[in-house]
Structures are given as C-alpha cells and as structure tokens.
Design a protein around this ligand. Structure first.
Ligand SMILES: [Zn+2]
Length: 262
C-alpha cells in the first residue's frame, strides 16, 4: 500500500541491532490503528488506513530529526462491524483486536520499550483503544497514549463539521489530495444521519444520549456526510494543518513526564 512514512522513521525498516541501540526509556513508538471498510460508492475500502498513513507520515517529517520517534507497521484491520453487509468490509472482533494490541505491547515491553502511542483513524476502534491503553498501563506499566486523527478541519460548514464523519468532505478531500486515482468523483452520494437543530436529546452520535446503530440502519449508500464540495486544494490544506497537530501531540507525548515525577 502507498506510504508517506519517512523510511528512517519506520521501525520495521531497521535491523534488530539498530533497534537494540535505541534509547529504550525515551523512544516513542507509534502504532497506527485503522480499518478496511466500506466508504460509500466513491472512496476505497482502505480510506482510513491511507489517511492514517498520510497524516502520520507528514507529522513525522515535522518532528525534529533527533527525537527517537518511530512508526510501527499498522494494524490495518479494525473493529468495523457497524459496516456489516457492505462487501469488502473486513472486521475483527473486539477480543481479536484487543488480543493483537496486547501481544504487540507485550513484545515491545519484552524488548524494554515503555512508551506507546495508539494513532487511530477509525471511530469504531476508539472506545476499545481507550480501554486497552489503560489496561496496558496497568498490566505492563507502559506509558500509553491515545491520539485520534488530526482534529477539526478548518472552514468546514457547521453541519458537515458535526455530522460529516464518514466518506464526507474531509475524508474525500484528503484522498483527492493524496490518492486522486482512487476517488470516484462521479459517484458521490449525500447522507446526513442527523441535522444540527434537530429536536430532542437522543442522537445517533456525539451526544450524551445515543442509540447504537449499524450503517445499514442509517446510511444506505454508506456515506455519512456530503462529499460534494470536496477538493484536492482543501485536502492539501487540511493535511498540513492536521499533520501539524499530530506532530505537536507526538512531541508532547515524547516530552511527557509522569505527574508524580514532575
Ligand atoms: Zn473513514
């Protein structure tokens, strides 16, 4: 798969002797977690995996060269059972996903590494990663961190900012910038699962009162948002802004000191 990770920041490109020479207590390892799942009629299944790599790759180029921060090979398959019934979606269950993360963490701990970031780009993984980050802190004494995507896209219409979270304007623009050959611009569909200003407190997402959903319940084409205003220019700008935020977060994680040791 296409990659933007700088080769010198990609841990699997090192030999074990080079890894053995890294400063164990300071090295920050970043595990990308993503998905292979439907993204409407117009975006590829690998959208979350590509966007994860795009933002992390650009972020790692913005981090000072002397900081020992490395990307691990990604966990491309995520918990995507909300997209069941859309062909090509490949989901792993919560126990499988958690077991993979735990086994990888145990391997890192056995090698003496202490600092691990989950850099996630798929919403369905999010709550499990929070659980695992705490469990690995408890079980192995690792210093774990969670980082979800690159934050808000500037200048977005409020409706799209609130409910354009899957194959909408942001993801489509980022891929128009990064892999335009994979975007079917003649096959956009528009679907909002809720509208700003809708009455009531019970919402499908982003509210204190929610109902659980499967995509087929709420989004027949698989899109949640409006990709129509997307452009490569917006994607390039958002890639720059988001990767700068990711780079800033990674540097704060690198510099993090335990509260009781400050
Ligand atoms: Zn996505």
């Amino acid at each position: 798969m296409k990659t933007w990770i700088p080769p010198e920041r990609f841990l699997p490109y090192l030999t074990w002797k080079q890894v053995d020479a890294l400063p164990r207590d300071r090295t920050l390892l970043v595990l990308p977690t993503a998905a292979i799942e439907q993204h409407g009629h117009h975006l590829p299944l690998a959208t979350d995996t590509l966007l994860n790599n795009l933002l992390l790759g650009h972020a790692l180029r913005k981090v000072p060269a002397d900081l020992p921060i490395y990307a691990l090979a990604p966990v491309c398959y995520g918990k995507s059972n909300e997209h069941v019934g859309f062909p090509g979606t490949l989901s792993v269950g919560r126990d499988t996903f958690a077991a993979v993360l735990r086994d990888l963490a145990r391997s890192l701990v056995a090698a003496g590494f202490r600092r691990l970031v989950f850099f996630n780009s798929h919403g369905g993984n999010h709550s499990l990663l929070d659980v695992m980050a705490r469990d690995l802190r408890d079980e192995f004494g690792m210093r774990t961190f969670c980082l979800f995507g690159g934050g808000a896209a500037s200048g977005l219409d409020p409706q799209e900012a609130a409910y354009g979270f899957h194959a909408g304007e942001v993801e489509t623009s980022l891929l128009l910038h990064a892999t335009p050959e994979l975007v079917h611009t003649d096959r956009y569909t528009v679907n909002y699962i809720a509208r700003l200003g809708d009455p009531g407190v019970l919402k499908p997402e982003f509210a204190s009162a929610t109902f659980s959903w499967l995509t087929r319940d709420i989004a027949p084409s698989g899109v949640m948002g409006d990709p129509t205003p997307s452009s490569a220019e917006k994607g390039e700008r958002w890639c720059d802004e988001m990767s700068s935020r990711v780079a800033a977060a990674l540097q704060e994680m690198y510099a993090f000191r335990e509260i009781l040791e400050r």
